[in-house]
Ligand binder design. Structure first.
Ligand SMILES: Cc1cc2nc3c(=O)[nH]c(=O)nc-3n(C[C@H](O)[C@H](O)[C@H](O)COP(=O)(O)OP(=O)(O)OC[C@H]3O[C@@H](n4cnc5c(N)ncnc54)[C@H](O)[C@@H]3O)c2cc1C
Length: 484
């Protein structure tokens, strides 16, 4: 049964004041304009190492969220965000990145041309990607942990290559079925390798189309996964279950999504038992049908007594999706996203019986939208403060994006924990994550092109991120020369 948060868990009146103060001071930045309320800094500038966990205090001048970011990363973020906020520079970068990401020539392949490799790594890769091998990924994860993130979500960036290779090994493959099976096995190995880098607080990100033609064909035909794929998914989930690492299945285009939902619900039925939420499905709020789809998920979980894991996104395929399936305006998408969050955090949902207990579930908000993050956090906090039933909330953004939002969440949790307890089961506060991808430089550039294109429509927001980074750099400069 979902626990009611008792008033005695923490000095909640103080936490509420702290949250409101943080809110006003910009720990959760509002959209451009309103957050320039700019927190007045109260302590030292950060150096190359991440700033120490700021001592929780009742100071009316809290540190700004970006104070947890090492200066090296702050400078790199500033440069990348400057590029992303300029339509002209984005327009120039996309064709170059596209060319690099699919080129077979030695000269344009960053994994073969060492000079290009060095440039691409410094300019794009290191900002958005975790590393090319386990040692580099572990180093990035350690930096995130020092900044205060509870864990990471890690995905393998490699795109599936379905064409026939000319290598001698591949010459013995006689049929498309052999190739499909080989691709599933490669996908499984890459995913297990990714899983091996993760710990119990982390998430594994799984993209099913990455398993290649066998997965794509079955999903398009709305069939069950073929045996080789089913065995691979089972092996991945069994291993995740053994090490206690949660996993989410990414949402993709609608042509695949019926099968993705069905397969993922089957996994939740199997693995999300006895109050444990191991597997999460991704729901896309830009689809008109998503509220009904969530009702269906909740009804099944309620009837069959398993726990539901939902990762809520707005949706990344607006340019390739059938437009009629998607809300008519971005405002409708925002309203849909925010009302789903409000309902789930209140443990009510249209179409779900109030006579039977609301199913046990956990919610992950994957969004860069500061308003949605802020309002989700506020609802959770208010309910917690009033001792009303709610659910566990976690929030995450992509590496290299929305850092002020992410760092604000880290800071908020630290301060709540300093007052209310250590964030154990008894005293639980929303957690902040960064979502990382890893892989060879060329493989990751393909991932980056998608992110840059996705971000193209949000230039106002990117400029807002840029303002926050500039403010933090200016604060550190003033502090270092004793002006602050
Ligand atoms: C950690 C993480 C994991 C993610 N995983 C997935 C995933 O598995 N599957 C997936 O599909 N996406 C995924 N995304 C991407 C996500 O769906 C969004 O594309 C992206 O995060 C931008 O949305 P936002 O919530 O940050 O907010 P905003 O930038 O405020 O919203 C932009 C979004 O609004 C919607 N939109 C834009 N214009 C219109 C319009 N005219 N009408 C209606 N709607 C519109 C689109 O969904 C667009 O992406 C993920 C994002 C993150 C941060």
């Amino acid at each position: 049964m979902e626990r009611r948060f008792a008033r005695s868990d923490a000095p909640l009146g103080y936490i509420a004041r702290l949250a409101r103060q943080r809110w006003r001071s910009g720990s959760f930045p509002r959209r451009a304009g309103s957050s320039s309320a700019s927190a007045t800094p109260s302590v030292q500038a950060s150096d190359e190492k991440p700033t120490e966990n700021p001592t929780p205090s009742r100071s009316p001048k809290p540190l700004p969220p970006l104070s947890v970011m090492p200066t090296r990363i702050l400078l790199r973020s500033l440069m990348m965000t400057y590029i992303l906020s300029s339509p002209r520079l984005v327009g120039l970068s996309i064709p170059i990145m596209h060319r690099i990401s699919y080129s077979k020539s030695w000269f344009l392949n960053p994994d073969r041309n060492p000079v290009l490799h060095g440039i691409v790594r410094r300019v794009f890769y290191d900002h958005f990607c975790a590393g090319e091998n386990e040692a580099e990924v572990k180093k990035t994860m350690a930096t995130m942990a020092k900044m205060g993130f509870e864990g990471v979500i890690l995905g393998y960036a490699r795109e599936t290559l379905v064409e026939k290779s000319a290598s001698p090994k591949d010459n013995v493959e006689t049929s498309a079925a052999d190739i499909a099976e080989r691709v599933v096995k490669e996908w499984k190995e890459g995913t297990l390798q990714t899983l091996a880098m993760l710990g119990p607080e982390d998430f594994l990100a799984v993209k099913l189309t990455g398993a290649g033609p066998a997965a794509i064909e079955a999903m398009t035909k709305r069939e069950a996964p073929p045996p080789v794929l089913e065995a691979a998914i089972t092996e991945i989930c069994d291993q995740a279950s053994k090490q206690g690492t949660r996993l989410w299945i990414d949402a993709e285009q609608q042509v695949f999504q019926h099968a993705i939902d069905t397969w993922t619900i089957d996994l939740m039925r199997k693995y999300n038992r006895d109050g444990r939420v191991l597997v999460y499905n991704t729901l896309q709020a830009y689809l008109k049908s998503t509220p009904q789809n969530i009702t269906r998920h909740l009804q099944l979980a309620q009837k069959e007594d398993w726990s539901l894991g939902i990762k809520l996104v707005r949706g990344a395929y607006i340019t390739s999706e059938e437009r009629a399936l998607i809300h008519d305006t971005i405002e409708d998408t925002h309203a849909c996203y925010n009302s789903i969050v409000r309902n789930l955090l209140s443990r009510t949902f249209p179409g779900v019986s109030q006579d039977v207990e609301f199913p046990h579930m956990q919610l992950f908000l994957a969004s860069h939208n500061a308003e949605s993050v802020r309002s989700g956090y506020e609802i959770w906090r208010e309910r917690n403060e009033k001792g009303l039933p709610t659910i566990k909330l976690e929030i995450g953004q992509l590496q290299g994006m929305a850092d002020e939002v992410s760092c604000g969440l880290v800071q908020m949790r630290r301060e709540m924990m300093a007052v209310g307890g250590n964030g154990s089961e008894k005293v639980w506060y929303p957690r902040a994550f960064k979502c990382l991808c890893w892989g060879k430089t060329q493989e990751c550039i393909q991932f980056l092109v998608r992110r840059v294109v996705e971000n193209r429509g949000s230039l106002d927001r990117t400029r807002f991120w840029l303002d926050g980074l500039k403010r933090e750099l200016w604060r550190r400069m003033k502090t270092s020369i004793g002006l602050d």
